[in-house]
Design a protein around this ligand. Sequence first.
Ligand SMILES: NC(=O)c1ccc[n+]([C@@H]2O[C@H](COP(=O)([O-])OP(=O)(O)OC[C@H]3O[C@@H](n4cnc5c(N)ncnc54)[C@H](OP(=O)(O)O)[C@@H]3O)[C@@H](O)[C@H]2O)c1
Length: 267
Amino acid sequence: MKATIIGAGNIGMALAEGLVLANICSKQDITITRRNASALSDLEKRGFTVSTNNSEAIKNAETVFICVLPQQLNELLEGLKPGVDVSRQLFVSVVTGAHTQVFIEKLGTDLRIIRAMPNTAMKVGESMTCLAAANATQKDIVLVKDIFNTLGQSILINEDMMSAATALCACGIAFFLRTIRAASQGGVEIGFHAHDALQIAAQTSLGAAKLLITNKTHPEEEIDKVTSPKGCTIAGLNEMEHQGLSSALIKGIKLSANIANNLYRQS
Ligand SMILES: NC(=O)c1ccc[n+]([C@@H]2O[C@H](COP(=O)([O-])OP(=O)(O)OC[C@H]3O[C@@H](n4cnc5c(N)ncnc54)[C@H](OP(=O)(O)O)[C@@H]3O)[C@@H](O)[C@H]2O)c1
């Protein structure tokens, strides 16, 4: 597949590397753009095609991935128009808060556009990606699902759930990372060196997630298996709940979803 990735930041680069790792594109078939030309030379040395001219860069693309920040989108779309060919190109946007209707209004009424909300675990093939489509054919949806499934897992959702998906799935990476860091800090306080504590916390967290995914169980069912009466696990867990562990996560996720909803402004 010939792909153009507009925006060589965290997500654009994770996507580029993921597409290559999953054998969906060769490096030469991926054109990556950004405004800062000097920052592109390293990517060129690594074998990617690079450009600072977005409308030229998308002309041969079958799939165009838009990976800029919400505040950068309006300017980008203005400059992109001359290269758009709605009959040939499929657009995929990861821009937080920007509705598919924005792209359709600015780039063409027949634009096939799929919004994707992945997370940075794409780089290790473990992203959770939520997708919402407009004007896209079943073939487009299958293609984009296939792309994101090779970079982790994906689900198709209604577009009105995209802000919720942003909080739980994209911001979620940071939430879970912070809980791992907190656990490792606890590990240091009870006697482990920092690197051992981090390894133990990270692997334990991976194990917890895999138990749920493999066994298809509810977290409380797995928790019941490790909480013996009067034991140390239930004591630690209840103390965390007294301190507001679940409540803090729920409140943080609600706040993130509200903010995600308002990140993009049409004008
Ligand atoms: N980070 C996450 O975990 C995550 C997860 C899901 C979704 N998202 C969404 O994904 C999008 C990208 O996030 P990010 O973290 O990758 O941002 P980022 O690291 O800031 O990357 C943005 C990139 O866009 C480039 N850019 C800006 N304007 C451009 C233009 N007109 N033409 C070409 N390139 C342009 C920037 O480079 P220059 O300044 O050189 O142009 C930069 O490389 C955002 O909308 C974000 O909300 C992020």
